[in-house]
Design a binder for this molecule. Sequence first.
Ligand code: 57M
Length: 359
Amino acid sequence: MLYYLLYPLHTTFSFFNVFRYITFRTIYACLTAFLICFLLGPWVIRKLRDLQIGQYIQEDGPEHHHIKAGTPTMGGTLIVFAVVLSTLLWANLGNPYIWIILLVTVSFGLIGFADDYLMLIKKRNMGLSARQKFLLQLVAALLAGTLFYCCADFDTRLALPFFKNITPDLGWGYIFFAALVIVGTSNAVNLTDGLDGLAIGPVIVVSVTYMIFAYVTGHVKIADYLQISYVAGSGEASVFCGVLAGAGLGFLWFNAYPAQIFMGDVGSLSLGAAIGTLAVVTKQEIMLILVGGLFVMEALSVIFQVGFFKISKGRRIFRMAPLHHHFELKGWPEPKVIVRFWIISIALALLSISTLKLR
Ligand code: 57M
């Protein structure tokens, strides 16, 4: 909005020219989202406490989690609010990708909200059924995939890291592929969100990484120089990445160990879906496996654990899945698991950025 309101003033005051620059708006979008979360955080925590919106803890989990019972949850509502408001303020709203990303973030936020809300009224750790959640996610993601497909000039070819000449065209199949990326990422972030700051830390790291990807893929000269797919208009998505990183930092202030608030499904599902959508916008979908490698690791630990549990009739690969529980049960203190997982996430992000030059 500010882009429309203030940039036209540049003809009178040249200072307003800065509103044209994606870099300038990304930084201020990031700071705006950070301040919204940081300033409203204490009020939201108080309100959630007053409304008795506290976490139910599963009895079969690691023992020290029982003291977390009653921690205010659904903090994701604050994240989604900060993300939407800051994006509306700083992004160029004439860009269709911004609207698709917002649509996905809000619709997955609503699915998560319904899940959290049902958990609260049923007064146990059980919201929507897995099937209901998956179907709702699929509908929202397929709608997003269709909107991408309908965007003029949207490229349905896949960019494979390291293989610049191999770009299989998925055609309308891209709609399903995009949905898979969005739903998969949403659920992987949800599974990761089981220790204080464990999900939001890597969400910030991934957002900053995609901020770089969005900027370079949306810049015709840099994209050409790096020999990556140029996506007209994707540069604007870096403003959204800045917003995600800022809201994440503001939320982490309160979610850092020992957490005063959890994000709930409203946060984890929407953040994961937003990241998946960013991967689609920037045509760096396959790269997400590396950038968000930590989320992939957590999701795979569940897939392998559940699969092995079924075929071996009750035996396990890990002490408990998702992976963070395994290390907790091995005796690592919670902050150690969290910080070490953050380190892995940063290392993977650096590795993925380096691939921009390796092709
Ligand atoms: C939700 N939710 C956290 C909080 C957060 C298929 C199966 C592996 C699914 C999985 C599952 O349900 N995962 C998704 C995980 C929960 O956090 C809430 O949920 C929101 C995210 N959706 O925002 O509102 C708990 O996590 C802890 N937490 C923190 N700090 C945070 O900042 O400490 C969360 C955020 C919170 C709190 O304790 O209550 C969760 O873990 O439940 N299921 C599991 O993860 C379960 N694993 C399992 O059953 N493994 C089995 C295999 C065969 C499937 C096994 O390995 O044997 C475990 N989850 C728990 N206890 N809590 C099992 C035991």
